[in-house]
Design a protein around this ligand. Sequence first.
Ligand code: ACM
Length: 637
Amino acid sequence: MTLRYEFTQQAITEQGFQAEICLTNTGERPVKLGCLYFSLARILQPADVTGGELRARDGDLHAIAFDSTLEPGDELRCQLNNPRDRMVKFTDWPYGVYAESPLGELLPMTIQEPPVNWRLSPLAGHSREALQELAVVHTVVPQPQSIALGAQQFTRPVTLGWKEPPAALKVTSADLAAWSEVLAEFTPVVAVSASGWPVSFVQQDMASGSYRLQVTAQGGVIQTADGAGVHAALASLVQWLAGGQVQEVVIEDVPRFGYRGLHLDVVRHFVPVDQVCKVLRLAALYKLNQFHWHLTDDEAWRLEIRAYPALTEQTAVRGRGRTMPPQMGTGDTDHGGFYTQDEVRQVVALANSLGINVMPEIDVPGHARALLRALPELQEPADESVYRSVQHYSDNVLNPALPATWTVLQTILDEVMELFPSPDIHLGSDEVPVGVWQRSPAAIDKAQSLGLADVTALHGWFMRGLEDHLLQRGRRAAGWEEITVGQAVSRRTTVFSWQGVEAGQKAAALGYPVVMTPAQYCYLDLSYNRDQAEPGYYWAGETDLAKAYGYEPLADWSGDGVGTNLVRGLQACVWSELLAESYQLEYMLLPRLLAVAERAWSSADVRDMDDFVRRCLTHRALWQRAGWYYRAEALGW
Ligand code: ACM
């Protein structure tokens, strides 16, 4: 017995959508159908469904009950009419579809998948032969301050030998080994210790992160003041050695911003540790120096915490019948994973060797459903507050009034600080839904005893308390723009401006250091364009390469530019609701990551889009060599 599932979008109205689901019994025996399940971000209400009954909804997981028997050849049609939310793209369609019998048994079903068009690079199974080798790759991204080409070209060396760096530069053999890996990944050059084309290091007074790199047939010479400069110079060197012929050159360079970040959501879909390391090597190649690791959220807790093994035991894998239900299209297949503390140490060490700080994010008090499910003692049974988060959860916010919340979080943060040397620990603070704590006896009491205006003020009080815990241990807090709620956190907390540029400008005017990551330009999970078949979110519009490249973080600053001196830098963010596979993540990153990287590194007057695209095009050779997928349609970048 087999069912066939088909979804037809019938109309996109100004405000909503109409669609039909058709289930057909293509087998030879009757099928007893109980419920059909799917993920759908544009959530349905009971009145939206005809021809079936919306029996349950949990986050984006919908259950439509049919409770009927389909004879062979029978069709069952169910209409969806959602007048509230538009559904424009194929990636908006229901995903992770499965069906159960009335007894809860999984029913075999063939699914007509939506015609999403991933315009993927031809990678030929990541074979090195697929590389279309360029004669000379004399382009660097981000664009350096100056590139003076020499007269000669020479054949790319087969091997490279690192000379001992001066101790004052604090470059370790592990650092050079990590860069050797990057070199071997993106170019055919192999680094060997003793012989080969020599690369030497000279310490010289200059601004932190700046460098001078000279390349001749005789070798490479890096002059810099510090480790940050070494990492930046090596990134340029790897790029320069990618072509078959190497042009002699002197590159002089200086970073614009000290914070150049990449954020990765590994919760909505798990990203295995090898892929995380691959992302880190790419980030280093483009001179990013901060990895913001979004480790916890509603759908999972992905970091081993020794004090609370239940966190990962209970929530790292989601699926049918598990503590964490299917979400975001994972359907009837178990999905997940977590990072052991040993793996985290490996990631942190690799990042450190490549000049990247790893800033972990423990997202609180919202986005904490997994934490609350794993540790039910953090729930207050008498709390009758009614709320719904952006991802449609009504049980995902911690209660700051419960002593257990503090004990657990302080214990978790202590372990996090052991694992991550990062000066900033990101505490989330985003998207705390309206209505939370309103009918929590504990919260009402606590707000009164603290003399707060109402329970909503507990949010700022909570963030400040956690910040103090970090400060007492020599660390600083960071958070999404909502962390400035009530201005309770100190001016040492870095604010990540994500919904647009305004929050960052306001926070900086109030004296907070800010990192600009406005979704419109920097959220690389947004769709490249409006084409229905092009994958991605579009809640903040679409973002092609030109739009990402066109962002100028210090332009159009309100209040006469007050606070621009507090902009620490820029960050690209990737959220993984739609990115189940590594190629999908790679497609979103390349080429757009280079735009954010160049904005973060190069001076503000480097703005020639044609030149930038030309350089990106030559970099396809590096990506292909390293087995990176990218969006293939260059003209549509
Ligand atoms: C966010 O995108 N919720 C920070």
